[in-house]
Design a protein around this ligand. Structure first.
Ligand code: 13P
Length: 393
């Protein structure tokens, strides 16, 4: 029933999409607009499932655990605790995270790298099954990373559209139900109109292909923290970027009820002389989102972008002090993993303590999603910033 209503709505609105084809003026009458019927394809096959998946990820008190680091970036995480970047070490680390007992109370989705999607525990249980048992939806990073964008101001664009439909169909078969595509926008580099347009168009094409193959797309134009600009400048750029993203999402007939967003919070540049309070960050971020994001979108799942674990949690908490049109939550990588890595140190005897550290962070962010977090008792490690200039994922 829900789908029928939705499809009707969709087809109704689609009749009037596009520019009016002609103006007709008759003697004695005012100018009249002749609207053109445009036929727009409706994503019938997966629509209900996409909406259900997005809703279940955007469920109260829960958010996303992002562990989709490419092998190179995972290697940097492992190097920080003196481990080699081998498949065995990556598997051991991901096993620690994905088999944490009780994780599903706070985590609704986990973004995996391709290698992890096809991996199992050392006892042979598929990681996707470990997640399903905790009621956590498996997700997959589908972009192929950033490369220089010719003709721009030293900016980049995101690769991965070639073959994406067949890859997505395979990921679905393996158990993935949502996808992630991260592209970046740099404020100190302009950003140029070309880079913003390319980022928005790429995200929209990816979102459309994902939905066609049953994956809920996470739309992530990361506006990097790099720069010494004030918060007002971030607001201006974020508004521009999200306006273009939604323009192209609509042009690609993406079903807004079946997507999730992964924005950066609106903050001053990392090198700006003044820091902003969580209340200020919440005010600017929510202003931007309310101006740009339709309420049909079920969830806003922030990235942490190099903020400390505590900072990212405090900012999320500040955003949930009054009701929002969408579920406002987290999809953190660094801000969920830092304490875990430091506790684990690659030692089997530390696995249990490291899993507890993950639960502490996950619970803190769960409380922040509900607007009930307090930083009282947080340790020093969790307050350390993790910003890296020109960060790649
Ligand atoms: P961070 O929370 O480390 O910024 O993660 C970004 C990301 O895109 C993870 O999927």
């Amino acid at each position: 029933m829900a789908s029928a209503t939705f499809t009707n709505l969709n087809s109704l609105s689609s009749q009037w999409i596009g520019q009016p084809s002609s103006f007709s003026s008759r003697p004695g009458s005012s100018i009249r607009l002749a609207a053109r019927r445009v036929s727009v394809p409706i994503r019938a096959s997966y629509t209900d499932e996409l909406i259900q998946t997005a809703k279940s990820i955007a469920s109260p008190g829960r958010g996303i655990l992002a562990i989709d680091e490419s092998n190179a970036t995972c290697g940097k995480r492992l190097a920080s605790i003196g481990l080699d970047n081998t498949e065995t070490n990556r598997q051991a680390y991901r096993q620690l995270l994905l088999t944490t007992p009780g994780l599903g109370e706070y985590i609704s989705g986990a973004i995996l790298f391709e290698e992890t999607l096809y991996q199992s525990t050392i006892d042979g249980k598929k990681f996707v099954d470990c997640l399903r048992e905790e009621n956590i939806v498996p997700g997959i990073k589908v972009d192929k990373g950033l490369v220089p964008l010719p003709g721009s101001n030293n900016e980049s664009w995101c690769q991965g559209l070639d073959g994406l439909a067949s890859r997505s169909a395979e990921y679905y078969k393996q158990g993935a139900r949502f996808a992630k595509w991260r592209t970046v926008v740099s404020i100190p580099s302009g950003p140029s109109a070309l880079a913003v347009k390319e980022a928005a168009w790429g995200l929209a094409r990816y979102a459309s292909i994902s939905q066609d193959n049953g994956l809920v797309p996470i739309v992530e134009p990361e506006i990097l923290l790099d720069g010494d600009h004030p918060i007002e400048r971030t607001l201006e750029v974020a508004e521009k970027v999200w306006a273009e993203v939604f323009f192209y999402l609509a042009e690609n007939n993406v079903v807004f009820e079946g997507i999730l967003l992964k924005p950066s919070m609106v903050t001053p540049g990392a090198e700006h002389k003044e820091r902003a309070s969580p209340e200020t960050i919440a005010k600017y971020t929510l202003t931007m989102l309310k101006r740009r994001v339709p309420p049909a979108v079920p969830g806003i799942m922030f990235l942490s972008g190099g903020q400390s674990e505590v900072e990212a949690t405090l900012n999320l908490n500040a955003m949930n002090q009054s009701p929002n049109p969408w579920h406002v939550s987290f999809s953190y990588a660094r801000a969920l993993q830092n304490s875990v890595l430091k506790t684990w140190q690659g030692q089997p005897e530390n696995v249990e303590a490291a899993q507890k550290a993950l639960l502490v962070r996950a619970k803190a962010n769960s409380l922040a999603q509900l607007g009930r977090y307090s930083a009282e008792g947080e340790n020093e490690e969790a307050k350390k910033g993790m910003f890296v200039k020109g960060y790649t994922y």
